[in-house]
Design a protein around this ligand. Structure first.
Ligand SMILES: Nc1ncnc2c1ncn2[C@@H]1O[C@H](COP(=O)(O)OP(=O)(O)OP(=O)(O)O)[C@@H](O)[C@H]1O
Length: 316
């Protein structure tokens, strides 16, 4: 019987990444960013799971007058964002949409403290973005699932739990719970290259959610998926976020996706990115009928108009 058949969750090769600091370096690389290293907490393991976590007041994310200039003073200087003000409430689902290059990913990376702001302030759960990152206060999922191909599905999901110093037993229990949640319990012992793209994305989402982050940052996580898988994962994501009260900032190029998922859709202008309009979406509980509803189509029309600058609510 193979390792996969027995459900064993050992790695394919001896895991070179045993030092949690190195592990985080790998996670950072998976996120496509180079950042300084965070020393994992010593002493008592960090708490995982909502029960007992105090409900904190204030918004999940608050950007005030945020500007981002890449390569300032150089010939290749780029002003990616200018004067961005945005507040994301606790438990709110907010999507960012706008033309290619308008700064959506940059905005997400500022919140994640993967790049620093040039001007303005970025607050996450009433802390600086830097502090929030040190506390691992958010989960990240990007278009590339960013899984470590030498680790089993279970051990990929366990990565952020290792960073938090959880015991092997607690990690395993939590990983199993998360894989159940995304419908991949039967694939715990598989390796990423034995999964479809959609399944890999679900593993990445399970990993992002494993530490029960109060905030989820997602950059086109479903961009490479076929339409049916995409719709199914959208529903799974909504169910998970609603169940856990997770706040989410979600970057997408798809107007229907933004409208379906969001409480509010933030429409951005071409570079330098500014917020031109924030469209409130009130679809209520999503059901089979939602994607055919008048409210859904009305939301799509409003976002499309805002993107074209033709909305009556857009500034002149
Ligand atoms: N590290 C960087 N160095 C220099 N310029 C950068 C860097 N990252 C992003 N930019 C520039 O900032 C601008 C915004 O990029 P960003 O990736 O945030 O846009 P986006 O809206 O996410 O684009 P897309 O929809 O195509 O993914 C672009 O002009 C891009 O070239």
């Amino acid at each position: 019987m193979t390792e996969m058949e027995t459900g064993a969750v050992t790695d394919r090769t001896p895991d070179a990444v045993t030092d949690p600091v190195q592990v985080e370096a790998v996670v950072d690389r998976a996120a496509g960013a180079v950042v300084d290293r965070v020393t994992p907490r010593r002493g008592r393991p960090a708490q995982v799971g909502r029960p007992g976590r105090p409900v904190e007041p204030g918004p999940a994310v608050e950007l005030t007058g945020v500007t981002k200039v890449f390569n300032p003073g150089r010939p290749d200087e780029v002003t990616a964002l200018r004067g961005v003000d945005l507040t994301v409430g606790r438990g709110e689902f907010v999507s960012l949409i706008g033309p290619s290059g308008c700064g959506k990913s940059t905005l997400l990376r500022l919140v994640a403290d993967l790049v620093p702001a040039t001007g303005g302030t970025v607050r996450v759960a009433d802390r600086s973005a830097r502090q929030a990152r040190r506390e691992l206060a958010y989960g990240i999922a990007f278009q590339q699932a960013g899984l470590l191909d030498w680790r089993t599905v279970t051990r990929n999901v366990e990565l952020p739990l290792e960073l938090r110093g959880l015991s092997r037993r607690d990690r395993r229990t939590k990983a199993r719970e998360m894989l159940d949640l995304v419908g991949l319990a039967d694939f715990a012992g598989h390796y990423p290259d034995q999964l479809s793209g959609g399944m890999q994305q679900r593993v990445a989402i399970a990993r992002a959610l494993a530490v029960d982050p109060p905030l989820l940052l997602m950059d086109e996580p479903f961009g490479a998926l076929d339409e049916m898988t995409r719709e199914r994962l959208q529903d799974e994501l909504l169910r998970i976020c609603a169940g856990k009260g997770t706040s989410t900032v979600f970057v997408t190029h798809s107007i229907p996706e933004a409208v379906y998922l969001s409480d509010r859709v933030v429409v951005m202008s071409a570079r330098p990115g500014r917020i031109v309009e924030i469209v409130d979406v009130a679809l209520g509980e999503r059901t089979e009928a939602t994607r055919q509803s008048n409210a859904f189509f009305a939301g799509i029309t409003r976002v499309r108009q805002a993107l074209r600058g033709t909305s009556p609510e857009a500034p002149a």
